[in-house]
Write a protein that binds this ligand. Structure first.
Ligand code: PMV
Length: 312
């Protein structure tokens, strides 16, 4: 039996603009994991069970848009192996919330299968396989989710318009406390990405200006993180949020959580991921995290995670 696991992730800065060639910063959430157990099958064929979803799919019956079947096929083809197998996936990562649950489950399957067949794949090979399934969820994904999850490191990510990727792992010089509040609204990334694309097609000048501004914010944020200037993060988050709102991907629920967190003393905050739901992130002082947590729960957040980013 082999077990592959993978972490969740959160985007700190640069979502959406990253689809248009601008940089973004994302970090792994190592405490939140998905796993895939691979065992010899009892019957002929390959069965994939997702206990949390109560689903069971035989590979030969799976539809083309089944992401778990797709990553299984791709991995077996890449490794040039086959067999009768039982794959069981489980995940602690909430679905459709901006934590990269889809990419994490796919990554866990690739790792579980590689281990089962005694093979090693590099982080980049895993990331490229998982990118293929991300297309099913996202339409035109930048690839940031599969990258940060496969590398399990803080990543500065750029995807050039020709599809070339620049992946630069970076160190967070001084750990900081991040509070992640879930709006409880599942908002498929495909929809907000599509809406931003339509906006950009209708008014490219306006959107390019927004993306340019986001690029600048990301550069400042990376320099702040690399130099331990964490006191700048809050204001940078506020600026990034204003640009996301201008893109049309904020929502009244997101704004309500941001206002509540701000009033309770958060240093700054923004939505994270596709927007219109999913998560809101705040930079908070450790001693203030409890107060901000209470405030955002009072303002409608369904769950809150407080985590330290950059702790080794
Ligand atoms: O919703 P998430 O956390 O999977 O992030 C989506 C990030 C976008 O920039 C909006 C889309 C992408 O493919 O990068």
């Amino acid at each position: 039996m082999s077990i592959g696991t993978a972490c969740g992730k959160i985007i700190l800065f640069g979502e959406h603009a990253v689809v248009y060639g601008r940089p973004a910063l994302a970090v792994p959430l190592s405490q939140m994991r998905a796993s895939a157990t691979v065992e010899p099958g009892q019957a002929q064929g390959i069965v994939i069970r997702a206990r949390d979803l109560g689903s069971e799919v035989w590979l030969q019956d799976a539809t083309l848009d089944d992401a778990l079947a797709r990553i299984t096929r791709l991995t077996l083809d890449t490794l040039e192996v086959n067999g009768d197998l039982e794959i069981t996936v489980a995940s602690e990562i909430p679905l459709a919330s901006g934590f990269g649950s889809g990419a994490a489950i796919s990554t866990a399957i690739v790792r579980g299968l590689a281990d089962y067949f005694g093979r090693t794949l590099t982080a980049d090979e895993i990331s490229m396989l998982v990118y293929e399934t991300e297309k099913l969820y996202h339409g035109t994904p930048s690839g940031i989710d599969n990258t940060v999850i496969a590398y399990e490191q803080a990543i500065h990510f750029v995807r050039r318009p020709n599809g070339e990727r620049e992946i630069t792992p970076f160190q967070v010089a001084r750990p900081f406390t991040l509070l992640i509040a879930n709006t409880g609204i599942a908002s498929p990334t495909k929809i907000t990405v599509g809406d931003v694309r339509r906006g950009w097609e209708q008014d490219p000048m306006r959107y390019e200006k927004i993306f340019y501004a986001v690029g600048g914010i990301v550069r400042e944020a990376q320099s702040a993180l690399a130099n331990g200037e964490n006191e700048q993060l809050g204001a940078l988050m506020q600026r990034n949020q204003a640009e996301l709102a201008a893109m049309g991907v904020s929502s009244p629920e997101i704004e309500r959580l941001l206002d509540a967190g701000q009033l309770a003393g958060a240093r700054g905050g923004k939505l994270s991921g596709g927007g219109r739901g999913g998560n809101v992130i705040f930079h908070v002082d450790e001693e203030n995290a409890g107060t901000v947590q209470e405030a955002v729960l009072g303002a409608g957040a369904v769950s809150v995670i407080v985590t330290v980013i950059g702790k080794t």
